[in-house]
Ligand binder design. Structure first.
Ligand code: ZN
Length: 681
């Protein structure tokens, strides 16, 4: 096949209902950013898109739980995620959002085009409905037992335990997360996309790379686990899927109040609307990238999105017409953390914004470790001990050490002037060997093998260290000082090579290294003779590229993880056993002080005196009680509730409140004077 002329690269739109964690980074982002940085160094025409996915029931659910609006949720996380990416040095051309007007218009137009073509079937069906809350339940509002793995709290669309894609009616003993009661089935009307009618086309496209008989992509370049997941879906036979939902948060279905587009008829179109916004901002053509057939479209995603990007979205694009189809979807598998699945709801995660705040000098360390263990073809695991070992034994001991020795010796012997001498044949031969690793990096990145590519980059530093150890310039300076000039020029030229080829993996390190070398050029080396053009004639001040990770960091992070208590969602039941009741330590407490939570309008932070301990309790009563009016009250509280962080403050208990139908709250106060710490039973 002919080489395509330009690249359109997307990373899965992060869902704006929580912060980014390292599993996200390792899944759909670092790989894509590395790919894009590499292509740009090669001078390729690349357009790189990402943005926040801001619709869907999980956001309305979270908003409900936190007592704020969905818009407040997405504003908060959109900004936080965008900032994290910026701080990590990501090269997006645009980081957009699906709550924007241009996205709503684009998604509605897309829907209308399909509707005008008569592609949808409008069907009435029965769906779960919460009688108490009087609304249809989105998939995320229903939990129940997973029919595949028996996990007790699978969602209506997916089981987070086994990763199975589900429909709500498959759940065993479904429960509405709104009322906690069993939902009923009630009739509603939706627009169905007859995926089954596209089964033959999508099979041919996926399995042979053919679109109407014309070769589109090389199937042999696709990852086996990606094709495997698609094949098993196709084997089961595609079924019609509703493209609309009964929900009030999302892209409204034109002319159908109360209905919004299904997230998979919404989020991936975000790649298109982001391109439109970028074109407006920069007076460019978005169609060039989305519509010209010599564009290579690559979607980077995690494995939970495979069927949507490999089956549903391509079918939508094909039915709409006029768009290029993905050339490849190099999905990654999952990253686990300290032998457990990463979980947002259980707070079992390394949060990217927290990492950046704690270790602003270690951003490349994180990129490096996550690429080293990237879950390219099977699940992988991050541990802090392994992180420490990789930083210390690889970044510090190999790359940092080689660069440091080269520049320090050049400063020491020549005051930073890089010797302008002819190299010996063996030196050129050595540099040419480095260039073979550069070619290895190219082949690996172009085949989406980022672990191997990064390892080849480290091999360049590794042979550099061996070269210095063999040549021993620190000894030869006394016996053959002319030879030392050649050795150090060779070493500095290799540093210049590294300053370029490390950039896709370690952008901050690349910047430091180029600053030390006084480098102006910024391009991918095609022969070793170019290395010397990637530096100036004199070195600037030496900078440390990496620093050792001490045991204390590993200990702190491991402790932090272990102390983040799991929030276990227990199934709701009507009766409790007496022994369960007996486990609860209810007490009279005196509220010693109260103040507003710095980050949440609904929360008060209370200091509550128990018998011989003062509990910090975060309580959701701030909209009805001022700090002044609660201070000094004697109240009833649960003293041995598992401590849990609420908006950053550890809460050690719960104040008991009565609530009437109007939602008014009242404290339970003892009917006669009781000391703080008196038992309630
Ligand atoms: Zn399951």
């Amino acid at each position: 096949m002919e080489k395509k002329k330009r690249y359109l690269v997307t990373s899965a739109l992060p869902y704006a209902n929580g912060p980014l964690h390292i599993g996200h980074l390792a899944g759909a982002y670092l790989t894509a950013d590395t790919y894009v940085k590499y292509l740009r160094l090669k001078g390729e025409d690349v357009f790189y898109i990402c943005g926040s996915d801001e619709h869907g029931a999980a956001i309305t659910l979270r908003a409900k739980n936190e007592g704020i609006s969905p818009q407040e949720i997405v504003d908060k996380y959109h900004n936080q995620i965008k900032t994290s990416f910026e701080q990590l040095g990501f090269d997006f051309d645009i980081y957009h959002r699906t709550s924007s007007d241009i996205h709503r218009d684009t998604a509605q137009d897309f829907f209308k085009t399909l509707d005008d073509k008569g592609i949808f079937n409008v069907e009435r069906s029965e769906q779960y409905y919460d009688e108490e809350y009087k609304q249809f339940l989105a998939d995320r509002y229903i939990t129940g037992e997973c029919p595949k793995c028996s996990h007790p709290s699978a969602y209506g669309d997916q089981c987070e335990n086994c990763g199975s894609s589900l429909s709500p009616t498959e759940l065993i003993n479904p429960v509405s997360t709104l009322s906690g009661k069993s939902p009923i089935l009630k009739e509603t009307e939706h627009y169905y996309l007859p995926l089954d009618e596209s089964q033959d086309w999508v099979s041919e496209w996926l399995e042979r790379g053919l679109d109407d008989g014309v070769e589109q992509h090389d199937v042999s370049e696709w990852k086996k686990h990606v094709l495997g997941q698609c094949t098993s879906w196709l084997k089961e036979g595609l079924k019609p899927r509703a493209m609309t939902r009964d929900l009030d948060w999302g892209v409204p279905v034109p002319g159908k109040p109360g209905k919004v587009l299904y997230v998979w008829m919404d989020a991936p179109i975000g790649y298109v609307s982001a391109a439109k916004q970028w074109a407006l901002d920069h007076n460019k053509s978005w169609e060039l990238y989305w519509k010209e057939t010599d564009t290579k479209l690559v979607h980077f995603i995690g494995k939970d999105n495979i069927v949507f990007h490999c089956i549903i979205f391509p079918i939508l694009l094909k039915l709409h017409g006029g768009f290029v189809l993905p050339d490849n979807v190099p999905a990654n598998e999952f990253m686990n953390l300290e032998s457990k699945k990463i979980s947002t709801s259980r707070n079992w995660a390394v949060w990217v914004h927290e990492y950046i705040e704690s270790y602003p000098e270690r951003l490349d360390d994180l990129r490096y470790v996550l690429t080293s263990i990237a879950p390219e073809s099977k699940d992988a695991e991050f541990t802090w001990l392994d992180y420490q070992a990789r930083v210390n034994n690889e970044l510090v001991a190999i790359l940092g050490n080689f660069v440091n020795r080269s520049v320090v010796l050049t400063h020491k012997y020549y005051e930073g002037e890089i010797p302008d001498v002819e190299l010996k044949a063996e030196d050129n031969h050595f540099l040419n060997k480095a260039q073979e690793f550069v070619q290895q990096i190219e082949q690996d990145i172009e085949a989406y093998r980022f672990r191997s590519a990064q390892a080849a980059m480290m091999s360049i530093a590794r042979i550099g260290n061996k070269y210095l150890a063999d040549e021993e310039p620190w000894k030869q300076i006394k016996t053959d000082p002319e030879r030392v000039k050649q050795i150090l020029r060779t070493a500095i030229d290799l540093c210049a090579c590294l300053s370029m080829v490390c950039h896709p993996f370690l952008p901050n390190t690349g910047v430091k290294l180029r600053r030390m070398l006084g480098a102006e050029a910024h391009s991918w080396p095609t022969t070793y003779s170019e290395y010397s053009t990637m530096r100036s004639g004199k070195l600037a001040q030496t900078e440390m590229l990496f620093s050792k990770v001490e045991d204390q960091l590993v200990e702190d992070e491991t402790n932090r993880l272990q102390s983040s208590k799991e929030i276990i969602e227990e199934p709701k039941t009507n009766y409790v056993e007496f022994e369960d009741f007996g486990k609860m330590d209810f007490r009279v407490g005196e509220i010693l002080s109260a103040e507003k939570h710095p980050d949440a309008d609904k929360l008060l932070v209370l200091k509550v005196q128990n018998e011989d301990k003062v509990h910090t309790i975060v309580s959701g009563i701030a909209q009805q009680f001022s700090p002044e009016e609660v201070t000094g009250k004697k109240v009833c509280f649960l003293a041995n509730l598992s401590p849990k962080k609420l908006r950053g403050i550890l809460s050690e208990g719960m104040i008991l409140m009565a609530e009437n139908e109007a939602g008014e709250l009242a404290f339970l106060e003892p009917s006669k004077a009781m000391p703080a710490g008196a038992k309630v039973s």
